[in-house]
Design a protein around this ligand. Structure first.
Ligand code: ZN
Ligand code: ZN
Length: 414
């Protein structure tokens, strides 16, 4: 038996007056034609999920840790290492990773946090920072990698370093680069913050003199002469899923943050170049690749990002369009007609269109498969799911429930 977990990012929502007919509105899920999701609801069991805990607003990273069965409060260790993993970098236990921006600085003031959204030239610039050694911490190995656009990642490895340091990113243009300070009273945090400040100056000196920037200035473009550090983190200390459930686990997730969480818990990435994480994502290619992955994996996780993008954009029509894409993705999985497959669909949090930010409202969950005791719910949406047989769960309950259905759960006791 096998299981597939499909997470539509930010799909849950609140009632929107113009989507309803009378005084009471409807959620986008309620107002959108979703024949395949409804079929899952009809043939499955339904419930509502507080992804982390009632009233706690999940980030996509903490939400996914919880959805994969872990206590996010105990295991979450910052965004930097997860994103670095998600873009294919190696982060070992004890390493501290940061998210970085190439930025434009003039006299210590940040003029452009994204250096004019520099892109291809980022590779060439970042290359010169390789092999740099610190005077403050000579035994720290420093790796900087360009990822996409103005973004890069930095990984520090060596003894006595800590992620508990403040960011150097002032978050606003026109403000001075922030000096990093320790966020806890440890030698490691003190040393790491000093190291970040040293590297800020050092990188600035090197990049300012780089021919790419001389050329950019001549063309009237903002030079990428500084690197801002934020989101310091380590990889979460967890027992990986394959070990916990004696199953091989794979995932499809183009979003680097969610991919990082999946890698951190031991899932193997499946590359689907047509899956972009944006509105143009090829959901059919995702579904076909997910089905193929089931041939050699007991568990496959599929992440669908653009429902969240539409929600942050406050675009009602686009959110409905993206929900339809989720429905078509599910249709392809259903059409494969795999009798040994249990399919679960859920969201990682609500991103209500009228709020345009994540909220803590619970999200609908459906699980369909040969072993479930089908309930009376006929459609997949927030208010219907509230009446389902699964009732109200936490995000970290989903994996154990799925693994119980497919026979990969151990007995507790004797
Ligand atoms: Zn999310
Ligand atoms: Zn979001």
């Amino acid at each position: 038996m096998r299981a597939m977990l499909i997470i539509a990012d930010g799909m849950g929502d609140r009632l929107i007056p113009e989507l309803g007919n009378g005084k009471i509105g409807k959620t986008p899920l309620e107002a959108t034609e979703t024949p395949s999701l409804d079929e899952l609801a009809r043939r499955g069991i339904n419930g509502l999920v507080d992804v982390i805990r009632p009233g706690i607003i999940p980030g996509s990273d903490t939400a996914h840790l919880s959805l994969f069965g872990y206590d996010a409060f105990k295991t979450y260790s910052g965004r930097g290492a997860l994103e670095a993993l998600g873009v294919g970098l190696q982060v070992k236990k004890g390493d501290v990773a940061f998210r970085c921006n190439l930025a434009t600085v003039e006299n210590g003031v940040v003029i452009d946090r994204r250096a004019g959204r520099i892109s291809e030239e980022g590779d060439e610039l970042i290359k010169v920072l390789q092999g740099i050694r610190s005077d403050i911490s000579p035994d720290t190995k420093i790796i900087v990698k360009h990822t996409v656009e103005h973004r890069c990642a930095m990984i520090l490895s060596g003894p006595g370093i800590s992620p508990k340091v403040s960011s150097t990113d002032p978050k606003k243009k026109g403000e001075k680069i922030a000096r990093s300070v320790p966020l806890e009273e440890t030698k490691a945090a003190y040393k790491t913050s000093m190291l970040l400040n040293e590297l800020t100056d050092e990188f600035c000196n090197i990049l300012s003199a780089h021919p790419v920037n001389t050329k950019r200035k001549a063309q009237g473009l903002p030079p990428a002469n500084c690197v801002l550090f934020r989101g310091g983190g380590t990889i979460p200390d967890v027992v990986p899923l394959p070990e916990l459930y004696k199953s091989s686990c794979a995932f499809i997730a183009p979003s680097s943050l969610v991919a990082g969480v999946a890698i951190a818990v031991g899932m193997k990435p499946i590359e689907v170049p047509e899956a972009t994480g944006s509105y143009d994502t090829n959901h059919r290619a995702k579904a076909m690749n997910a089905l193929a992955a089931l041939e050699s994996n007991e568990f496959v996780f599929v992440h669908f990002k653009p429902t969240d993008n539409a929600s942050h954009d406050g675009d009602v029509a686009m959110k409905q369009k993206m929900i339809q894409k989720v429905d078509e993705l599910v249709e392809i999985i259903l059409d494969a007609n795999m009798p040994d497959l249990h399919i679960a669909v859920c969201a990682d949090h609500c991103t209500p269109l009228r709020v345009r930010e994540h909220t803590a409202d619970p999200v609908p969950l459906v699980i369909m498969g040969s072993q479930v005791r089908i309930d009376d719910i006929k459609v997949f949406d927030e208010r219907s799911a509230a009446k389902g047989a699964l009732q109200r769960l936490r995000g970290h309950d989903i994996m154990p429930i799925l693994m119980n259905f497919i026979g990969h759960q151990k007995m507790f006791g004797a």
